[in-house]
Write a protein of this length. Sequence first.
Lengths: 225, 225
Amino acid sequence: MAESMSLLWGAGSCPSWRLMLTLEEKNLQGYRQKLISFEKNEHKSQEVLEINPRGQVPTFKYGDIILNQSTGACLYLENQFKAQGTKLIPDDPAKQAMMYQRMIEGLELTEKLNWVVYYEFLVPEGERHDAALQRHRDTLTTELKLWEGYLENVAEGSYLAGPFSLADVVGFPNVAYAFRFGLSPERYPKLAKYYNLLKDRPTIKATWPPHWFESEQGFEALKDV
Amino acid sequence: MAESMSLLWGAGSCPSWRLMLTLEEKNLQGYRQKLISFEKNEHKSQEVLEINPRGQVPTFKYGDIILNQSTGACLYLENQFKAQGTKLIPDDPAKQAMMYQRMIEGLELTEKLNWVVYYEFLVPEGERHDAALQRHRDTLTTELKLWEGYLENVAEGSYLAGPFSLADVVGFPNVAYAFRFGLSPERYPKLAKYYNLLKDRPTIKATWPPHWFESEQGFEALKDV
């Protein structure tokens, strides 16, 4: 099946990571893939735009099916390959509800991280305001504290909604990204514990952004959050 | 079942509408409900915050289960009540993929609508820029043209992903909202056709924002988009 899948992805893009992680968890290795360079603006290339008019990654094809929205693609793959690899949507109603709740909340965390980390990229020079950036930082702090609470009882095998699920597929890349950009493990000990419990999971290691291996952390955008 | 459900909702909130529409489609009438006034800041009241620390609507409880993210709640309800009411996730793989793709894309449309309609609410006075608002309008125009293309072949019974589905549960409130705020049916004829095909659907009429019946359209935020 994986032979009829092809993926254009970006390194360090949370949405790309979600999809690659799901493919690993569902034992769908062996798909065609190409790393797209944001620096070279390749996400706006004809190759991407033909499949994804939004000019974003991931851009994903499975036979004639196109699924470019990572969360939608993850839900689809889980539904199509239920019996294969990790079960990513729990059957237990309470865990399933928690999974859907945290999975969609994870998209809010991604957005709030982006507003701080990429503020200068998202807002043209003449329109930047210190007060706006500070507000984004405060909003992110509030958001991260929520997640710190959600992970109060985090332990091996007990993650955002119990066993590893689509909630973690969306959630983990956010958390890895936050620490990559300097989030303090002392100030967010539960998030740090969650990060450490999952960072060596084989599927996560297999999909780790390649350039993160090459350079030390050294980013400080979230140091004081 | 519906007797153990309770909903706090806001009138004209796309997320609230999605959830109420799903409850109707799944024949889950009879839940307890309360209309929350944004003007009175009731979405930040203790009653909401106890269930939803984000202070947002919808706020939804089903027994002990809390599901405040509307898209997550809709997915959950469809999965728990598959055989009841309208089938909102198609079985056919191509239609199912399209459903997930458009459902998640619908969240992008909501966000882009909000940036134009609520710009002054979202951005404090000293930080507003005509250029920024214009950019948000351009972004929304591009987005709406995408949807106009997605609906190229819209017809009775053939909506965003074939028969009425969760793609429409997310998509229709966006479109209704756009026309409410003055979008031109002449410039977006396929969106207008989609709107007219669905606006009298019984579940949509049953969940129509009540204050929209009372006052004429008369809003012009999207007149020139």
